[in-house]
Structure formats: C-alpha cells, structure tokens
Design a protein. Structure first.
Length: 124
C-alpha cells in the first residue's frame, strides 16, 4: 500500500487517537498542518478507499480508526524504498546511511544485537 506524505500525517493522528471524531480530526490537522476541512476530508476518503482507514457511525458522529498497524505500514513503505532505490539490498541502504552520517553508539549496539538475533534464528 502506498501512502503519501500527507496521508501519513492523517494516519499518524489516527494511530495516536483511534476512534477520533471527524470534527476533532479536521481541527487537529488544521492546527498542526494548516489544512482546510476539504483537504483533510479528501485525504481521509482516499485512505478509506485504500483500506487504511475505517469510518464508523453516522456522518455527524463518525469515528475514525486505523485498519492497518503503523508498524505494518512502515514495513511496507520501507520494503518499497529498499526495492526501488537499493535494488532490494538492505545492506546497501545501511551502507549509504553510515557513509553520510555517524551513528550514535546506542544505534550501533542495537544493530549488532539485531544481527546476532537474526544469526541465532538462522542457526536454530
């Protein structure tokens, strides 16, 4: 599922506040993004059509819920990026980022821990 940058802002609000009402949705995005009511409603409709957002209840008291988990959406987006830009190579992605910026020690330790865990699963 491809979610645009603007749609991510809508989904972030929905993930943070599942069951949020339509008016609160519009008001929150007007305040944080400066979006009009029609812009917000258009994005919400698109996300419902994509199957990412679910609307529940009558139009005046409708509540909005995420259909997809944030982690699943992030994994999908990340996989598409790796496939498109790095020809499917996760190591190329990591190599590119580490050449451009230094990683803090904690992140290096986290990466080592993940690699050791993956190795242990492969050995089992």
């Amino acid at each position: 599922m491809n979610i645009t940058e603007a749609e991510w802002a809508v989904m972030e609000l929905c993930w943070e506040r599942p069951g949020i009402g339509g008016r609160a949705f519009v008001d929150a995005l007007a305040k944080s993004r400066g979006w009009s009511r029609s812009t917000t409603l258009t994005l919400m409709r698109r996300l419902e059509e994509k199957g990412a957002l679910r609307m529940v209840g009558p139009s005046r008291s409708r509540a909005y819920y995420p259909v997809i988990e944030r982690e699943d959406a992030a994994m999908s987006e990340t996989s598409e990026l790796i496939d498109r830009v790095y020809r499917g190579s996760l190591s190329q992605l990591v190599s590119t980022f580490t050449k451009k910026q230094a990683l803090p020690r904690e992140e290096i330790d986290e990466l080592y821990a993940m690699l050791r865990e993956m190795e242990a699963k492969d050995d089992a």
